[in-house]
Design a protein around this ligand. Sequence first.
Ligand code: FAD
Length: 417
Amino acid sequence: MSQFDVVIIGAGPAGAIASALLNKKGYRVCVLEKQVFPRFVIGESLLPHCMEFIEEAGMLEAIKAGISDGFQFKNGAAFSWGNRYTTIDFTDKFSPGPGTTFQVTRARFDHILISEAQKQGVEVRFEHSVESIEFNRQAAVLSVSDPQDKAYQIEAQFVLDASGYGRVLAKLLNLEYPSSLPERMAYFTHIDDNVTDPTFDRNKILICTHPVLRDVWIWFIPFSNNRTSVGVVGQPECLNNYGCEGAKAILKKFVSEVPMLKRILSNAQWDNEVPFRTLRNYSANVKSLYGEHFALLGNASEFLDPVFSSGVTIAMHSAKLAADVLHRQFSGEAVNWQQEYADKLQVGINAFKTYVNGWYSTKFQDVIYAEHNNPEIRRMISSILAGYAWDENNPFVTNSERRLDVLAEICGPAKSC
Ligand code: FAD
């Protein structure tokens, strides 16, 4: 049976970053990935905070070179509702740290990250699926299925579950816990946008509130090669009972009802080769983020909602926190996973949760679409939307709910237009 210090389940952003950081500290790390890379996954708009982890993992230059693969420079977020249009500039923010990032096709992005980890010395086994786990006093023993469907075992001092929507350990160890967020779903695809409108800012994600249904929103995530990821999010009973059937018809109908998208997409090519995809019931939670020989990272733990593109950033932040605690544990220090991992990770997740809930209750939309905002407050909000949701110097992180309530009351309800 092969033995490693750390086995990581899943080669997405959480797994790739954790593997590289632990490998740099000198540990023997093996990543087991069920699929062949490159593989499709949704989640294409990054936040600037995640560039810090990419840099620490030694992968920044490789990601920057991805511009030639269609990666799009990103410096903020734009919001559109009816005739309203407002932008948040991530370079004008409260917290220190990078203010720019990229929008990426995840197949390419994830492949670059894990290939860089491999080059640095991480052992990566593609098409190896983790099927079960047992623990003895000293280690975890994983049962794995190889590409020929042959079962084998592998032993690790510690297991990091970065299996994303696979939620491998949550399922095997009965850790699943329902999300507090209601069920939502998304229909999405990639198009040739052919946008020529000179006022359109390609350097920002565009988030559009539906003109009438304020809990329905459409993402528009441009890449640098004339391609764009476009998707609609809402509750299933709303999206699926809107007078049209099938992913393509539903997505096109909602897009056609957003004035700004209708204007800029007049020459768009909705090609038939690219599948129209759907995902539902993606919000999830767990009872615990760790156990004696394991911890859960990224989407394998809690996933909130796509609206502020926080998924990859939370995944990488969790990877960094867990790698640090594990290094100290392996070095013989007494560590407290609850305080040093779970509680710390929760700070940012809770802050994001406030603004996600506020988006759907429309409180946060009232703030975003308000005609005048105090510039200092706007910088604090910009920080959170840029991913710095763990900066406890920012009062909109530490007292997020109370601050948002007060601010929404000052702004008043945004007028429909
Ligand atoms: P993943 O990227 O899902 O990687 C997990 C890996 O584990 C996969 O490669 C999988 O094959 C592997 N795996 C699964 N089971 C096993 C097994 N048994 N054995 C071995 N390997 C296994 N996030 C953003 O940051 N920006 C966005 O714009 C954004 N948009 C989104 C839109 C929608 C509609 C949704 C639902 C999510 C969006 N997200 C976005 C979230 C983003 O998709 C995830 O948060 C992110 O991919 C999490 O990364 P991860 O490394 O935890 O998991």
